[in-house]
Design a protein around this ligand. Structure first.
Ligand code: SF4
Ligand code: SF4
Length: 124
């Protein structure tokens, strides 16, 4: 069984990219500049502070691939400093997985239903 000291690969986990908060991932001036053109789509402002846009309960930069069962950060090399600071296998990583691990699992199921066309209205 997986333990806090033996985390899954991030590509198979994705948990720390999930939150119901709209102000989950702060974006500094440097982060914003590093995101380049993608900032227009991925960054939102709350007051005078910037954050990664959230979508379906996770950061909008996260790509949930139902077929592959993977979670890929679409801006990995340019991700904000907050994301860089959360090290796989750290206490924070273990805390994320202990409290939210069901969310990526549910997102994978939603993605698979979407891909198979079974998430829409029932046939009439
Ligand atoms: S850092 Fe930890 S919580 Fe985040 S994706 Fe990687 S294993 Fe999962
Ligand atoms: S920028 Fe990438 S690593 Fe950071 S929360 Fe969004 S998807 Fe996850």
């Amino acid at each position: 069984m997986e333990s806090p000291a033996d985390p899954p690969e991030c590509l198979a986990c994705g948990t720390c990219c999930f939150s119901l908060l709209e102000t989950y991932v702060p974006v500094s001036g440097d982060d914003h500049a590093r995101l380049g053109d993608d900032a227009a789509l991925l960054v939102v402002f709350h007051g005078n502070r910037a954050f990664m846009r959230m979508e379906d309960g996770h950061c909008a930069a996260l790509r949930v691939d139902g077929a592959a069962g993977s979670f890929v950060c679409g801006v990995y090399e340019r991700r904000p400093e907050t994301c860089r600071a959360l090290a796989r296998g750290s206490g924070a990583c273990a805390g994320e997985r202990a409290t939210k691990q069901d969310r990526p699992v549910a997102a994978l199921l939603r993605a698979r239903r979407r891909d198979s066309g079974t998430d829409g209205a029932p046939p009439v």
